[in-house]
Write a protein that binds this ligand. Structure first.
Ligand SMILES: [Zn+2]
Length: 336
């Protein structure tokens, strides 16, 4: 490991203190870890020929009950090798993924895609063979290269210590996709994989994975899961995600197969709940801002009880992040 000079060491110390302060002030979820990386079992789901989703074993029964699920992923077996989608939070989960891949093919993993800079999508990059090319959104690489320790502290804060998150090491992506760009990877045999950076849909680091011929969509964090899950707009943005979530929803054909970021496999109708929640939140917060309400008054008014259908994280996300971020963005817009 590279040795830090004194200045760098001081900056690191300040940053890690700052991060603890931010975490200490940030609203915390009802239980930590939100899901336990030491207990998750990943399962293989064949979606189409040579195309697989990797889904937590509990997702089938627990998604509709509103219980938060671990990260989903998948892989496509092409003519020359495998493209892996998501590498997971820890070595324990990465090893499960590799076992699932090896249960269907011996081909090398030539590409690995991370759909977010959150650790549950990218922290195991360092375990990939050196020959694997990692693909990310351009902002994701920049943010990870500057703030890996901060992101690590943030992940430990939400997903617990002693889960192997501390052991992860930053490995930079090889290929990056700038905002409003996309990359097409032809894996052969009609298996074209499109990687879409449409801008912030949850965070500025988002990347969507779309297979136009098979109509299979890996949604990542922007679409967490079907109802009763609501989006995790906790990266400080609302209006841009609101527009981009709708844009991606409209882009999908009705018969698309959707692998949400943290739930069982669903379809376009299954992610409509996210769109409806965001549109209603936007409408109600806009009305509150038009009435000159403070944030506290808005929290007291915009309770959106119709959307509180048993998602364990509803209060944490709605009052702690989604509503305040909507209020901030809509209020800022008004001032312009
Ligand atoms: Zn995630």
């Amino acid at each position: 490991m590279k040795k830090l000079n004194l200045k760098q060491a001081i900056i690191c110390l300040i940053l890690s203190c700052l991060c603890r302060v931010v975490l200490a002030q940030a609203p915390m979820p009802p239980t930590i870890p939100i899901w336990d990386a030491n207990k998750v079992t990943l399962e293989l789901h064949k979606v189409s020929n040579d195309i697989y989703a990797i889904i937590p074993a509990t997702a089938e029964t627990e998604t509709s009950k509103g219980i938060p699920q671990a990260t989903t992923g998948g892989f496509i077996v092409g003519e020359k090798g495998v493209i892996l989608i998501e590498v997971m939070l820890t070595k324990r989960l990465y090893d499960q993924e590799i076992k699932l891949i090896r249960s269907v093919t011996d081909k090398p993993i030539i590409f690995a895609v991370n759909t977010s800079d959150h650790g549950d999508h990218c922290f195991s990059n360092y375990l990939l063979p050196p020959s694997t090319s990692i693909i990310q959104n351009e902002f994701a690489r920049e943010n990870l290269s500057k703030n890996y320790e901060i992101i690590k502290n943030f992940m430990v804060g939400l997903f617990g210590s002693g889960r192997g998150i501390e052991n992860t090491v930053f490995r930079p992506a090889d290929i990056v996709i700038p905002k409003n760009s996309n990359l097409k990877v032809d894996m052969g045999g009609g298996k074209v994989v499109e990687l879409l950076n449409v801008g912030t849909a949850q965070s500025p680091a988002d990347l969507f994975v779309w297979m136009p011929n098979q109509k299979i969509f890996w949604a990542g964090n922007p679409f967490i899961a079907e109802s009763p899950a609501i989006p995790w707009l906790f990266d400080g943005y609302f209006l841009e995600p609101a527009a981009n979530l709708k844009k991606m929803y409209d882009f999908l054909p009705d018969d698309a197969i959707v692998i949400p970021g943290h739930g069982r496999i669903t379809n376009k109708a299954g992610i409509k709940y996210t769109i409806d929640y965001v549109e209603e939140l936007k409408k109600e917060v806009q009305a509150a801002v038009d009435n000159g309400f403070t944030l506290e008054q808005t929290k007291a008014t915009v309770t959106m009880k119709d959307y509180d259908k048993g998602y364990v994280l509803f209060n944490w996300l709605h009052y702690g992040y989604n509503l305040p971020n909507a209020y901030k963005d809509i209020n800022d817009n008004k001032k312009k």
